[in-house]
Design a protein around this ligand. Structure first.
Ligand code: ADP
Ligand code: MG
Length: 959
């Protein structure tokens, strides 16, 4: 079950197993719990600590960096290591990070009341995907455990196999189930990014496409995947489960994931806070594969700061509920035009009504994480503070309703009189969407009043030591507390009355844990101590006494206090159970609050960042028309962001050329981000936008542009391209950024061209294709729906300035040479490069007039891999360098600089005397070595040129 490369001690430690027959009762109990939890590291409560023994102790000591001690009893010595229970979180986190599942073997019986050994049971198994402790969870995030199962139907071939996927967030009770073919499930998994994945017996292997958002896969009890077991297990969660799932695989995955979740929660039966099992079809949502999520930087940004993501821009939510909701929306944008418009309506209304928007945000800022609270309540884990937090959150509801109804005194109609503060406006909210949301805001008055009546306003964390129930809630409790109070008052008065009775002015009354109440008299006054004083304790300079009366009162006080504490606990548990019966309503409220927060966040962003409502043209499907569009993330860091238009008819392919750094990638992404934003329900960063509804957004970034990703190989680039070419259709938006770059020029250009043709001819997808292969621009003349766009730069006095402005047509020049000059490449090299470009352009002009334009790829430059004049720049740099290297570079006299130069200089200093007779062609051995040491893959073209120039100078020296 565990990966073999991890040294794991789970289940029964060998040292304990070996001594099993002769263990003390306590260690036997430990052994039993271990044996019952083979896949977990058992932590065993002993008083205030969680302990582990033998090999497990060594693991705990190592991973948690705690001291390894020893427990000795009549049967032997056992290594032991423990972590403090009241500060367990950081240690548990270390164990989880190290890949362990941790079973908490708690004392489930009051140690003082136990006769003999205290009963212990595993109350919870903590796993990466099922943690519920707030300390271990990021607030506002979701943490899923997922299961996959495959339908092993008799006639279902591998292609026809349906895979079911179910995921649960144990901390909130959210449960999702879907089914589809393996590809669809793979991309859903990428989207959900569970922390753990449980694989059914026949399920295909699913690897995370992004290691950073990866999951640990393991098997689980095969029984849990059995259809009959599944039906029974799901019954408490939803009636007639066998009829509720489209695919058996979905049913079986749901069963397995819930079985696992139940197991981790102490195996107490169904989880009452999982009240809804949400079944969905991935086709109901805009599909964004992992590559698209990554390259559009929706949630993660590899280059810039972590908050420089689309989510970072959009997240103006006020509470964890809203944050999670917004994240869900952005991961799963809509495809239903009416649903999208409805969200736009609500965002628009909140954008217009700034009083309401700010009121909503302020009110929600005081809301607690209702989903996690209610799940703790129904798991019987909530303390009194949790109930108070629940109360405070419920108290927000009336405020929200009033705010939405304009009670802040806002006007419902433009130009109308200002309303009276405190009065609802019957015309508000204006939109159906917000009206519906307002109606869903359930104040749960009963629950709120119950908590308010029952639970103290500022209760302690402990629920067993009193102080949690409010006075006036229960007569018996009040009577006990009164007895206790009267007793204490009597004691408080005792000092004065005894001083008076005995005449001892220094007499004092005190209390300590061991002896209880006492009267203290200093040695000097001992002769005045009355007869009814009984000595209890002798101190250095004084004696302590009790009287029968004091004893009596003490017993009364202690007895009343103990009974009161116990009664408070009972009352509290009862209140908690009554609140738990409203779990579903509380969850529904949580949903409504979450949506309201997410909508208010989108509205706030729309106002602050000047976004516009997109006009949705779904029927008939239209193209993309954006006026003055901006990149939502880049515009925040770029002082002078240049807005650009986009006019992409449905099914068209825009080929985008222009120099490096001119804005091609940014432009393409801003188009795709507008689509994603619109379908999420957001407004878009533009002056005006008319958008269709797409089903899928694909992106592929050429390998060398994605080097930061680490795992970019040409193979991967091609397999992702394959996926696109298989799956894209007329309802897809496709972004190809420098595809084909990862291989030799001829191949790369051929692949790029063929892919563009296929997208246009066969798939009819709407596509943006940024490329440095200028040859591709010819496609526009051959294909009906292909057109060219390019980015320009200005040249002034040899300076190049990028305008970041897109214009129609193909780019005339790559400006590569100018950029090289700008970066300090020596003049002669720049001049030579200019000559080569000019020569090649002349060549091309000749070639074009002779051969016409029929077969661009093959006819263009038959020997382009060897041709130094290959105009496609970067990829041919090597050939270009080779050419230059064979020329005489002796006239170079400028001082080139670059890190690479520095490196070769270093080599120069340390090299031994050179053999001056070595022929340049054979090159001196150290020159050859320096050449070999060049890591071309890590050099920029400029560095390479400079280094080469340096080497040439050295060749001259050598001569
Ligand atoms: P390319 O893909 O053509 O190499 P990028 O799209 O990566 O160029 O853009 C390069 C840089 O130029 C970006 O990092 C950004 O800082 C800046 N940039 C891009 N587009 C714009 C724009 N429209 N306005 C202002 N700056 C821009
Ligand atoms: Mg680019």
């Amino acid at each position: 079950m565990e990966p073999a490369d991890r040294e794991t001690v789970t289940g029964l430690p060998p040292g304990i197993a070996a001594a099993r027959g002769e263990l003390t009762p306590m260690l036997s109990q430990y052994a039993d719990l271990c044996a019952a939890h083979e896949d977990a590291l058992v932590l065993f409560q002993v008083g205030d600590f969680y302990e582990a023994f033998c090999e497990a102790a060594e693991t705990v000591a190592r991973v948690c960096e705690v001291t390894l001690t020893e427990r000795s009893d009549s049967t032997g010595d056992y290594p032991m290591a423990g972590i403090p229970i009241d500060n367990a979180a950081p240690y548990l986190e270390s164990l989880l990070d190290a890949g362990y599942r941790v079973a908490l073997g708690d004392q489930v019986e009051d140690a003082e009341q136990a006769s003999g050994l205290v009963d212990r049971a595993v109350t919870e198994v903590i796993t990466p995907g099922t943690v519920v402790e707030d300390d271990l969870l990021e607030s506002g995030s979701t943490n899923y455990v997922a299961a996959v199962a495959a339908d092993g139907g008799v006639d279902a071939g591998p292609a026809g196999t349906t895979v079911g996927l179910a995921a649960v967030d144990v901390s909130t009770g959210e449960c999702l189930v879907t089914a589809g073919d393996a590809d669809a499930v793979a991309s859903e998994l990428d989207r959900i990014a569970p922390a753990e994945l449980i694989a059914g017996p026949d399920a295909p292997a699913f690897e995370p496409s992004d290691a950073e958002r990866g999951w640990a896969t393991h098997d689980y009890d095969a029984d849990a995947f059995d259809r009959r077991t599944a039906t029974e297990r799901l019954e408490p969660y939803l009636p007639a489960p066998e009829r509720r799932f489209d695919a058996d695989a979905g049913l079986r995955a749901a069963s397995a994931v819930l079985a696992y979740a139940e197991y981790t929660q102490g195996d107490d039966g169904p989880l009452s806070y999982v009240t809804r099992i949400r079944r969905y079809d991935p086709r109901d949502r805009l599909r964004l594969d992992a590559a698209a999520q990554r390259s559009l930087e929706l949630f993660e940004n590899r280059g810039l700061g972590a908050s420089d993501t689309l989510f970072g821009v959009l997240d103006e939510t006020s509470c964890a509920l809203g944050r999670r909701c917004l994240e869900r929306w952005l991961r799963r944008p809509l495809v239903d035009a009416d649903a999208i418009r409805s969200r736009h309506d609500a965002v628009g209304e909140l954008a217009d009504r700034s009083l309401a928007r700010e009121g909503v945000a302020d009110a929600l800022a005081t809301a607690y994480d209702l989903e996690r609270l209610v799940s703790r309540v129904s798991r019987g884990r909530a303390d009194a503070r949790d109930l108070r937090s629940l109360h405070r959150t419920l108290a927000v509801v009336p405020e929200l309703k009033a705010t939405l109804a304009g009670a802040d005194g806002e006007r419902s109609v433009e130009g109308a009189e200002t309303g009276t503060a405190g009065e609802d406006d019957p015309d508000l909210p204006r939109t159906d969407h917000l009206r519906d949301l307002r109606d869903r805001l359930d104040g749960l008055t009963g629950v709120r009043e119950l908590i308010d009546d029952a639970v103290a306003t500022d209760p302690p964390q402990e629920i067993t030591e009193g102080g949690v129930i409010r006075g006036g809630f229960d007569d018996d409790l009040d009577a006990l507390r009164a007895t206790e109070r009267e007793g204490r008052e009597w004691v408080a008065d005792l000092e004065a009355s005894e001083r008076e009775r005995t005449g001892i002015d220094s007499l004092s009354v005190g209390h300590n844990q061991v002896h209880g109440y006492y009267i203290e008299v200093t040695d000097a006054n001992l002769d005045r101590v009355p007869d009814d004083y009984r000595r209890r304790q002798t101190l250095k300079n004084s004696e302590r006494y009790v009287t029968p009366e004091l004893k009596e009162h003490e017993e009364e006080i202690v007895g009343a206090a103990e009974r009161a504490d116990a009664l408070e606990y009972e009352l509290f548990v009862d209140v908690r159970e009554r609140v738990a019966t409203e779990t579903e309503r509380i969850q529904a409220l949580a949903d409504a609050l979450a949506e309201l927060d997410a909508l208010a966040s989108l509205a706030a962003v729309a106002v602050e960042r000047d976004y516009v409502r997109p006009d949705l043209r779904a029927d008939p499907p239209a193209g993309v028309e954006i006026e003055g569009g901006r990149h939502p993330v880049v515009e925040r860091t770029e002082d002078a962001f240049v807005p650009n238009d986009a006019d992409l008819p449905r099914g068209s392919v825009a080929v985008i050329t222009g120099p490096n750094m001119s804005g091609k990638s940014t432009y393409m992404r801003s188009v795709a981000l507008a689509v994603v934003l619109a379908q999420t329900g957001s407004f878009v960063p533009a002056q005006a936008a008319a958008l269709p509804v797409f089903d899928r957004v694909f992106t592929r970034v050429g390998a060398s542009d994605d080097i930061a990703g680490g795992q970019s190989t040409f193979m991967r680039e091609m397999s992702e391209l394959t996926e696109i070419l298989h799956d894209a259709d007329a309802d897809s938006l496709v972004l190809l950024d420098e595809v084909g770059r990862g291989t030799a020029t001829t191949d790369g250009r051929a692949i790029a061209r063929a892919a563009a043709e296929f997208l246009h001819d066969e798939l009819g997808a709407t596509a943006l294709f940024a490329t440095h292969y200028h040859g591709l621009t010819d496609l526009a003349e051959e294909r009906e729906r292909v057109f060219n766009l390019h980015f320009t730069a200005t040249r002034e006095d040899g300076d190049v300035t990028f305008l970041h402005r897109v214009v129609p047509g193909a780019s005339s020049s790559s400006y590569g040479v100018e950029v090289a000059e700008l970066a300090g490449v020596p003049g002669p090299v720049v001049d030579r490069a200019r000559d080569l470009v000019a020569a090649e352009e002349a060549d091309r002009a000749r070639g074009a007039s002779e051969a016409g334009r029929s077969d661009a790829v093959d006819g263009e430059e038959p020997t382009s891999d060897e041709n130094p004049a290959d105009r496609d720049g970067d990829a041919s740099l090597r050939e270009f360098l080779a050419e230059e290297a064979s020329e005489d570079g002796s006239e170079f006299d400028s001082e080139p600089y670059s890190p690479a130069t520095e490196r070769s200089r270093e080599g120069e200093r340390t090299r031994p005397g050179t053999d001056a007779d070595e022929s340049p062609a054979g090159a001196s051995p150290d020159l050859a070595a320096a050449l070999r040491d060049f890591d071309l893959a890590r050099m920029t073209p400029i560095e390479a040129l400079n280094a080469l120039h340096d080497l040439q100078s050295r060749l001259d020296d050598d001569r």
